[in-house]
Ligand binder design. Structure first.
Ligand SMILES: [Zn+2]
Ligand SMILES: [Zn+2]
Ligand SMILES: [Zn+2]
Length: 549
């Protein structure tokens, strides 16, 4: 026999071949010669004492780690500390505290490691032809992998004819890769796979096994970027991820039945602790089982390689930003060279805080900046500073109303209003122009207008109702943004619903509500009249649907 490791061969497979060659009594001798001790308990996936093995096999420790264990697969998504511990316990073994499986988080994971070894009948044939004997491959032992990534045939963990077991996972019981089962059935019998997703999971698991991910620090940011690119953002609640919608899409890609087949727990969208939601949160992204990452990456980007190619948009353009204090000598000049960026929990969009080093005027803006002019936008004023305050004191004495103040101070109408209220200067509102009243009138007029133009784009709205649109944009921008994004959300949900009715032309009301419960309920609450007009005629009086509200 050959006592070298074959390509992609598991460490335990070499031991099994040696023991087989020497006979049962050779077991302890083999362990002693390979690990320097006859009492080594090694797992097939993450064996330890590789330093000893390295001496015995004349292979570098790294080569053993990366080419003959599942180390690169599990290593991908661990924290730095876990990586360090896992590496040490695999190289040194005894005396490092915990076992490699514990360090890799496998003992706590809901994803169970395989308890039996798998083989591919076609790889087995190839091995016999190329090296003269079959052996256990790493790529066939990954969780959730049921087919060969190379041949797309079902892997065997038992005899396909009589179902008797063919290989075990502890060293004591492990046997060489058999060509026949105990009853003499031929194990090279192949069963073709017809599930595309099973094949994808096998191929992508092998990608992880080859160690494609070394730097895992930006994975969470890439998830958020991918979500941003795909528009999976709930605009109604200022860019919080719409988990219900996202999960619906995920199940269209990987159905619950499929997840059951590959032994992955089915996530619930309202459970914040489910893997599907945790994986997107920064504090959990590392320390999640690789199969979860694999599914998420394939869902968002089709392959892991293309996911890793996603480039993260810079959140704020340019390396310098302008002071936006009209009273400052550096007004609109790029004198700020530092942005304090705040990631907000659950929020996809970043918030930048900018402070002028000369006048202290401090403002924030929600990123990412898209157009060049975005750098002149203010989301909130956090601090005005002495210069601006002085200008305010002067201007307030001669103020001719809100419009005048906005023009002179170059801040939003909302901010001026707040400032006037805070300083008990509301009489200024009624002076030249009654701002609040005007605001009320325009808001109401625009709301009615919007009701009749639900499917009109923003640009068209601005053209058709130029007067109100621009008034709101200048003096009441936050309200305008809010109502327009609401409008866009309605459109999105309507489109989804029409899609459902198109695909299910014969469905009853109840069936439609069950197909996409989330969209249905949303429309029921927010767009009742439209929904009623687009539902099939009710069979009963409609009372039975009330419970959905
Ligand atoms: Zn194969
Ligand atoms: Zn059999
Ligand atoms: Zn300034």
């Amino acid at each position: 026999m050959n006592d070298k490791l074959y390509p992609d061969e598991l460490v335990c497979s070499l031991i099994a071949r040696k023991v087989h060659y020497l006979g049962k009594k050779g077991y302890k001798r083999t362990l002693h010669s390979m690990f320097g001790s006859p009492h080594v308990q090694n797992k097939y996936d993450l064996p330890s004492r590789l330093e000893d093995l390295s001496h015995a096999t004349n292979l570098e420790v790294d080569e053993l780690l990366y080419n003959h264990t599942l180390y690169p697969y599990y290593y991908s998504f661990l924290t730095d500390k876990q990586r360090e511990n896992l590496t040490r316990s695999m190289i040194k073994g005894a005396g490092t505290g915990r076992s490699p499986n514990q360090y890799a988080g496998l003992t706590r994971s809901l994803i169970r490691s395989n308890t039996q070894l798998f083989l591919c009948p076609l790889c087995m044939k190839e091995d016999i032809n190329s090296v003269g004997e079959p052996y256990w491959h790493r790529a066939h032992q990954l969780p959730g992998v049921l087919v060969c990534y190379k041949h797309n045939v079902m892997l065997h963990s038992c005899c396909p004819t009589c179902k008797s077991a063919i290989g075990f996972t502890t060293i004591n019981e492990i046997c060489i890769t058999p060509a026949f089962c105990a009853s003499g059935h031929n194990l090279t019998l192949t069963v073709q796979n017809h599930d595309e997703n099973l094949f994808i999971v096998a191929v992508e698991s092998y990608t992880l096994l080859r160690g494609i991910i070394s730097d895992n620090t930006i994975i969470q940011q890439k998830y958020l970027q991918a979500l941003r690119n795909k528009g999976h953002i709930n605009k109604l609640r200022t860019s919080v991820i719409d988990h219900h919608f996202l999960m619906e899409q995920f199940f269209e890609r990987f159905s619950p039945e499929f997840l059951r087949v590959i032994h992955v727990d089915i996530p619930q969208s309202d459970n914040k602790q489910s893997w599907f939601r945790k994986i997107l949160r920064n504090q959990y992204t590392k320390n999640m089982h690789p199969i979860y990452h694999l599914l998420m990456m394939v869902f968002l980007s089709n392959t892991i390689a293309s996911f890793l190619n996603i480039s993260i948009e810079k959140d704020f353009n340019a390396g310098r930003w302008p002071c936006l204090n009209v009273a400052c000598n550096f007004y609109r000049e790029k004198v700020i060279n530092r942005v304090i960026q705040e990631k907000r929990e659950g929020n996809v969009k970043p918030l930048g805080v900018f402070e002028c080093p000369y006048c202290g005027f401090t403002y924030s803006r929600v990123g990412p900046d898209k157009k060049r002019d975005d750098i002149y936008k203010i989301h909130h004023i956090l601090k005005t500073g002495d210069l601006w305050d002085k200008k305010w004191e002067e201007i307030i004495k001669i103020a001719k109303g809100v419009k005048h103040l906005i023009r002179e101070l170059k801040v939003s109408g909302t901010y001026i209003l707040k400032k006037l209220r805070d300083n008990n200067l509301t009489h200024l509102l009624g002076g030249h122009e009654d701002f609040t009243k005007a605001q009320e009138v325009v808001r109401e007029r625009f709301t009615i207008f919007l009701r009749d133009h639900k499917s009109t784009s923003r640009t068209e709205l601005a053209q058709i109702n130029r007067r109100d649109y621009w008034w709101l944009r200048n003096y009441d921008r936050e309200w305008l943004e809010q109502i327009l994004t609401n409008n866009e959300l309605v459109l999105k949900k309507r489109k989804l619903f029409l899609e459902i009715t198109r695909k299910n032309p014969k469905a009853t009301r109840t069936e439609l509500s069950e197909i996409n419960d989330v969209v249905y309920r949303w429309l029921w609450r927010n767009d009742y009249d439209w929904l009623q007009n687009h539902l099939p005629p009710s069979r009963r009086s409609g009372k039975r649907l009330r419970h959905l509200e």
